[in-house]
Design a protein around this ligand. Structure first.
Ligand code: OSB
Ligand code: MG
Length: 372
């Protein structure tokens, strides 16, 4: 497979509803799409870096030049046989995992299309349907949050996750549990707490949570093990897990009992599969995280979620929760039993709406083999 060109596009897409975490609120997304061309086929990837370097140090303005000046030239000069070859090609560049993932996943997508095989099969998946949960951001007031939870439960979602931070945690959990005593419920702190707050964090145990996601520092694993020894609620790591080695270390020292896998955060499908395999070896469940993706990244998250170890509902939910018009066809739809059916079509089973991609694009650049 010779990659003939790489195209970068930035799209501006307004969100249906703002999304707020412990690090801030966004009203829309700057989506970075990466597509590659090979033998008449175009494969797509999405770089999930944010508008700001808040969730991680990467953001769209680091990802674009990193792909343009380093990753795309490396790919355009090489002969690749599969998406699996990309990680080694990109290894010389340190970090920048979201940038790498955007490009690597576009190559996997191309490979699946060229082989006329579903991407989920190429990745080694087996599930024919996947379970969906929702991630609900911090709202203006608790009533608005309860309203949102009610809507998502009525839509069939199988797990509710709320964002928490000091001042928006135990008080809202009390209201949620008073209304729904038994729903599958989890919280995501995005590193909003420190170990000085252990007494406060122990109070989360009263709410029978499925997990508490990334309570402490984004760059810290060892201190999560200390917290996990003290707290009954299972800790799930998100931000701290960048690669399979991190997952192995975290599980060996007991820093968490669940892992959130985001394909962008770990640098692409190849590393995501490795993190999955490490968790399987430790007998620990994983689930697929989300980064407010457009349909391109969403379709890839669905394919990844078919791997056997994805035993908990992911943050993979319907297109219409985010976008008035998603850029894929069909849009991602969730059945009223909270499941997404997996397509048997080659590639992701979702087509790119090039008309809408064009409509939302604010900048575009194509790099060609030989001129790189
Ligand atoms: O921590 O999982 C997170 C969104 C942006 C950055 C970080 C996170 C999230 C989400 C959203 O929780 C999940 C989704 O795509 O719905
Ligand atoms: Mg998270």
């Amino acid at each position: 497979m010779k990659i003939e060109s790489v195209t970068l596009r930035e799209l501006h897409m307004p969100l249906v509803h703002f999304f707020e975490t412990s690090f801030g609120r966004v009203y829309g997304r700057r989506i970075l799409l990466v597509s590659v061309e090979s033998e008449g086929v175009r494969g797509w990837g999405e770089c999930v870096a944010g508008e700001d370097p808040f969730y991680s140090s990467e953001w769209i303005e680091t990802a674009w030049p990193t792909i343009k000046h380093y990753l795309a030239p490396a790919l355009l000069q090489a002969e690749v046989h599969s998406g699996r070859d990309c990680a080694a090609l990109f290894a010389r560049v340190r970090g920048h995992r979201m940038a790498k993932a955007g490009l690597e996943n576009a190559v996997w997508d191309t490979e699946a299309k060229l082989k006329q095989e579903p991407l989920w099969k190429l990745l080694g998946g087996s599930r024919r349907e996947i379970a969906c949960g929702v991630s609900i951001g911090i709202q203006d007031n608790p009533e608005q949050l309860l309203q949102k939870i009610e809507t998502e439960l009525a839509a069939g979602y199988r797990r509710i996750k709320i964002k928490v931070k000091p001042g928006w945690d135990l008080n809202v959990l009390e209201k949620i549990r008073a209304r729904w005593a038994d729903i599958l419920l989890s919280v995501d702190a995005n590193s909003a707490y420190t170990l000085d707050q252990v007494e406060h964090l122990l109070k989360f145990d009263a709410f029978k949570l499925l997990m508490i996601e990334q309570p402490l520092w984004d760059d810290e694993i060892y201190l999560h093990a200390r917290l996990q020894r003290a707290i009954q609620t299972a800790i799930c790591l998100d931000e701290s897990i960048h690669q399979a080695r991190d997952a192995d270390f975290a599980l060996e020292i007991g820093a968490c009992r669940i892992i959130n896998i985001k394909v962008g955060r770990v640098g692409g499908f190849t590393e995501a599969k490795k993190v999955h395999d490490v968790a399987q070896q430790h007998g620990v469940p994983v689930w697929c995280g989300g980064m407010l993706e457009s349909g391109v990244g969403r379709a890839h998250n669905i394919a990844l979620s078919t791997l056997e170890g994805f035993r908990l509902p992911g943050d993979v939910s319907a297109s219409k929760r985010y976008w008035t018009q998603d850029i894929i066809e069909p849009e991602v739809e969730v059945r009223d039993d909270g499941m997404i059916a997996i397509s048997d079509a080659p590639g992701t089973g979702y087509q790119i709406r090039e008309d809408l991609v064009q409509k939302f694009t604010v900048r575009e650049e194509t790099l060609h083999a030989g001129k790189a």
